[in-house]
Design a protein around this ligand. Sequence first.
Ligand code: HEM
Length: 468
Amino acid sequence: MARRSDTAATLSSAEPVAAAKPIPELSGGWPLLGHLPEFQRDPVAMLSRCWREHGELARFRLGPREFVLFTGLEAHDCYFRAPEDQLDARAVYQFTVPIFGRGVAYDVAPEIMAEQLGFLYPALREAAMRRFARIMFEEVSQFADALGDAGEVDLPTAMNELTVNIASRCLLGQEVRDQVDSGFAAAYHDLQEGINALGFFLPRLPIPAHRRRDRARRRIAAILGAIMAERRRSGAAPEDFMHTLMQARYKDGRVLGDDEITGILLTVLFAGQHTSAVLASWMGLAFAAEPGCVAGVREEIEAVYRESGTMDLASLKRQQALERSVRECERLHPPLILLVRKVLKPLDYAGYTVPAGTLAMVSPAVSHRLPHVFADPQRFDPERFAPPASEDKQHHYALIGFGGGKHRCMGKNFAILQLKAIWTVLLDRFDFELETAVPAPNYGSWVTGPRAPCRLRYRRRSQTGVFR
Ligand code: HEM
């Protein structure tokens, strides 16, 4: 049995290993199919079983592919610290190449991808975040106005619309936001539909969904290309990701082509929008189900905003109770339940050797419910992140909803800011009520949101809101 303890000193991957022990295999695999039927039914239940049966490392098969799941703080450490030429993300994310395009992200060498994403870090600095906070407030306020006084929403659809509006304006540019309803959103939707189980294995298979995906990408490239041409003609230089990329140079001095800029923008949009919409939906469900938590968040809203009546980066940063709710939703409902890498060179860990060719996995959904890491892990309790417990601070890789290591999320601060802006405005304006029990997770999609139906009733609160 692999070790369950998390004592760093005894489990370093640098520890001399006498002879590799065999990695224990999860029980109950079928001939040929392995654990595929169980995985398809409920991947998180199956992966939790790996931990319960075998601890930190467990092996299983999905059809012909061999997987090893890494669970627990030291196992995460080994996974996230492994160099790219040992644990490779690129091989796993090939299905994104027809979406993001050739010559960017997972179609290029890891160091070029890092250089491409690195161009965007200046566009996520404090000054940019100040502007984003104002945009988020405007967009959410507009969205709340359109809801009227009372009604019912399909929560994931509503959060999707709102986050497309925010992301298009903050990340892509005002011109894209202006075209969201006249073509961009529809093309983006078709592009998203291009991610399907078949596309994961055969991304170029000429099925109707893939033809629509390719048409949608051409349409988006045309929209973004026209905006770039107009900016060059007019000399417009707005502070956004598109402008940042238009100004950027590779280390060898080369400027980026329009198709590379389109591809990098799509990479960021895909990484950041749907994940944000899904976590915003889980937050809405949590707030509808946890009136005690809402009372604390509203007290804080009152304290932070009653005087100023307006939102900015500094005020959002002061909302620590709300931030703890964001992190608790990330813990219980990480939108990416699995992170996968291909093992290119054998990886030693705690006396085991994970062989080359295996797919190595970490599951935030499983790791976030380890009882020795998070007390009473099934319970929704944002205060677990407040001092003195500060359960998220006990280890760098305890809370991993935004990943870790080289491929950790570059948009984490943006995402948290956005989620706080959304639920500050909505909780200030409305009371929410669930129509049904909290829906179960839908594992049939790349990003794990709540299953349909997922409807919330809302009613304008009788108290006057804090925002003017
Ligand atoms: C709630 C929202 C979000 C969640 C849960 C989330 C989660 C993640 C996770 C788990 C990873 C690591 C994937 C892996 O290791 O394979 C990741 C990577 C990434 N995220 Fe996010 N993300 C969110 C929002 C955003 C936003 C808003 C942006 C952009 C502004 C963004 C941009 C990226 C990019 C570009 C990567 C790839 C980094 C790399 O491979 O070097 N994400 N995200």
